[in-house]
Write a protein that binds this ligand. Sequence first.
Ligand SMILES: [Zn+2]
Length: 345
Amino acid sequence: MRELIDKAKVIALELKQAAEKVVTIKEVDDLRVQFMGREGCLTLLIKELKDLDSLAKREVGPVLNQIRVDATEIFRRLKEDIEKREAEAANMREKGFDVSAYQPKGRPDGTRHIYSKFIEDIEDIFMSMGFSIFDGPEVETDFYNFQALNIPQNHPARDMQDTFWFEKDKKLLRTHTSNVQIHAMQKYGVPIAGVCTGRVYRYEATDATHDCMFTQCEGLLVDKNVSISQLLGTVKKFLQRLFDSKKLKIRVRPGFFPFVEPGLEVDMSCVFCKDGCSVCKKTTWIELMGAGLVHPNVLRAVKVDPEVYSGFAFGVGIERLAMLRYGIDDIRLFHSGRVKFLQQF
Ligand SMILES: [Zn+2]
């Protein structure tokens, strides 16, 4: 009698363990036959009941019955779970995403794109300096991309940024991330400090150093009494950390960007040489980014009083930075999706 109860408990345990491994309906059916079919181990055990005397039957009977009820419930639940999962998978397949797609042998797992990682590095540096991360639309209106940034209709600066226009509704693909300055100031007000990294578009031919789509990182800080020295300190600290060089220096030249006054071109000392190389074209300086103090008209466009507030802004091409940091000479490689190229990182 004892022996029968022990056997029943072993069978119940085996069923529980086997149930954890089944994946398909067929496997559930097979398992059911194995345990509860005509020759199933549980069925055979129950048959042994009839050879017991009535006292033993009264003791063993309920134990075996409970195991049978539990087993039935296990099979019902297994089937239900599998059917639900298969329905979900079928639904996904209909939507064009095949969850049953197998991975061909020998094909390595994917990793994060070097580009995403690089952008995160940049954002980390700025966040550690107290900047927030902003985001904004890539499809933009004339107001946010041009007018609010002190680039009115017929302004010559519009020629510098040949633009992709949508025929419908007069929208455009943003030509710079500066549009986010306007959105951010409207949304959060001033004082404000943030950076935005994102894709921008220019209607131009592509070559090794130009692409019609590239990524820009834009920084903006508006507060009371903001000065050029704060701008230069921020930019220098950022570059020193990005290129991991405390010796890195910057220099500025006058530059023209409609949304800053004065406007500056920022160069950094070449991180590859001391006295001239091919990267710096033998000058020991590398042209890098545009910057300046926020133009009063930009502040006025978002109803901030330029008599009270001032600010600085800078913009830099991420591809350009990445080309320098990783020693890559063709900008198009970043967006080519070439596995051989990406595997180097
Ligand atoms: Zn150099």
